[in-house]
Design a protein around this ligand. Structure first.
Ligand code: URA
Length: 228
């Protein structure tokens, strides 16, 4: 079993988000926890800033991603870049990951055991490290991790509060490449993202302002006050 440490084993210091993501990325390159590793050229751990406010989660690497070790660099990725740009977002400011880190053969659907292994070992730890305010799921496989049984055609674009953040299910960009009538839906959903992020940031700031201070100055012991 691959263990991604939460602390430096020599010093006991907890790892930064960047260090955690780096360890996860390294672990994916040698992972043999499911059968997908046998066909991979490169694992695709995901990429983006460790403190990204928005995290996008696709399904799994395709042909181009498997060759390059980077997420969404093929035709779906070119369209994703367009969608981000239309929404006024830069690719460099979001974290882009996938449910599974290795390409399923012939781009078949990832299987339940592959999804369970890969998400528990890598994806959920990436989410914990990045702690994004908004998670955008691209396609039904990533949506179903958080909203099992939900129908994407019914709920796409609608923000769902989950574990202190907002989850926004969206169609997979490939859905618009295969069926052009889906393009305006995806464009509209992406264009709502900045407002959704602004709302969640306002809500979190309001909550923080209401929360009692964890330790008020007059509660501090005298020797600590003397340090100020
Ligand atoms: N489709 C995905 O779901 N992920 C990628 O990285 C590329 C295409």
């Amino acid at each position: 079993m691959i263990v991604v440490e939460k602390a430096d084993t020599r010093t006991g210091h907890s790892l930064t988000a960047a260090e955690t993501l780096q360890l996860i990325a390294q672990a994916t390159t040698t992972c043999t926890l499911c059968g997908l590793h046998t066909g991979r050229v490169c694992a695709v751990p995901g990429e983006g800033p460790p403190d990204a406010k928005i995290m996008l989660i696709g399904e799994g690497p395709g042909y181009h991603e498997d060759r390059q070790g980077r997420p969404f660099v093929g035709p779906s990725g070119q369209f994703l870049d367009e969608l981000l740009a239309q929404a006024g977002l830069r690719r460099a400011e979001v974290f882009i990951g996938n449910v599974v880190k290795c390409r399923p053969p012939q781009n078949r659907d990832p299987q339940p055991d592959e999804i369970a292994t890969c998400t528990q070992t890598y994806l959920y730890r990436q989410i914990e490290a990045i702690n994004p305010r908004v998670i955008v799921t691209l396609g039904r496989f990533s949506m179903n991790l958080f909203l099992p049984g939900a129908k994407i055609s019914r709920i796409h674009g609608q923000p769902h509060p989950i574990a202190g953040r907002l989850l926004v299910p969206m169609l997979h960009p490939a859905a618009a490449l295969h069926q052009p009538q889906n393009r305006p839906l995806l464009e509209a959903d992406f264009q709502s993202l900045p407002a959704i992020l602004a709302q969640v940031e306002r809500d979190q700031a309001a909550q923080a302002a209401q929360a009692p201070p964890t330790q008020r100055e007059d509660d501090l012991p005298l020797e600590q006050l003397s340090l100020f």
